[in-house]
Design a protein around this ligand. Sequence first.
Ligand code: PCP
Length: 400
Amino acid sequence: MKKLHIVNTEEVIRGDATDVYFIRTESILKNTHQARNVCMEIFLKSFPSSEYRWGIFAGLEEVLILLEGRPVKVRALPEGSVFFARTPVVSIEGNYLDFGGLETAILGCLCQASGIATRASRARVAAGTKGLFSFGARRMHPSIAPMVERAAYIGGCDGVATVAGARLIGEKPVGTIPHALILQIGDTVEATKAFDSVISNDVPRVALIDTFQDEKFEAIRVAQALGKRLSAVRLDTPGSRRGNFKEILREVRWELDIRGFEHVKLFVSGGLDEYTILELKDVVDSFGVGTRMSSAASLDFSMDIVEIDGKPIAKRGKESGRKSLMRCRECMRDYVVPYGKVKTCDCGRATSDILETVMENGRLLKKLPSAQEVRTHSMDELEMLTRDKDPKDILNVKPV
Ligand code: PCP
């Protein structure tokens, strides 16, 4: 069978997805017997835009898959942690020849997953307790759909849409009805009734109501047809017809409620981001977000030597020596200090090093957390960061 333009795990571990200048560096160090024991740190200089105040750290599980079995020691932030710019998130120690050649793949795993998880966490902050679902696999190469959706889930999505993404996180895939079904059956109500007659009862009945007619009248029709079996109506109204979308949603809500369909929720999708979610969340119950999350800007982590043979040394622009990342959990403030140094927060409380040793000599020191556990950790950290604060401030929303 012809192959998609991708490499698999074995090929990545073998170094096929590595920038060739790392492979050449390895052969030069080998041939000149100058390979050294190094400590390399992964660090984010700045976020992709000034809107961002924090990041959600994701992709560590895959990095540990790449390094497993190699004689290296890894200290890292727990996956799902909130992190800030200019702080180390991973430190790898060992002989350069044992892991240096994986720099491209290691950074690739962290940069993209953390970009998606961070964007998802911003949508989470905007949505508050409303439903938030990852519908963005179609905007990315299919081979990375599981990674994309796991990152969106860690960042705060309640569910993901692809079978492979849901399998990876151990959840059921979430989905509604595509326009393709409505167009082929030729009517919103008949298509929803067909869905209701074929699909198992544990799948919520969410009718898509923007294909043919005005959403208000389609909502009434489908609610009268399915009654209590209808869980929600989805509006994926095309931009050309959206006008004042919030007014349309208010109208649909009103028409459903005066006819006794208060149980029918409103689900919206199409072109959403954290700002539109903030705007709509008082009338909407669930959001399906695609592009804005799955094609989130990658976070440009860098991986640099900070010690050679135990002595601090780093390139210009980078602080040398291995570091500890001391966090005051109350203030959610981080302090970067030389490794092992203690630090008291400006609030007077003690801080603790949040870079945990997760791998020694290529062996994991404890079982990796499940996607659910990573998400719970991420939501706890987000709660600590955002409690008692206005989402608008947190999301750095510029006043209009
Ligand atoms: C899209 C699909 C995705 C949504 C929109 C993601 O609708 O439903 O869930 O949109 P975004 O990338 O703009 O955030 P359509 O393309 O109309 O597709 P379908 O008929 O398959 O629902």
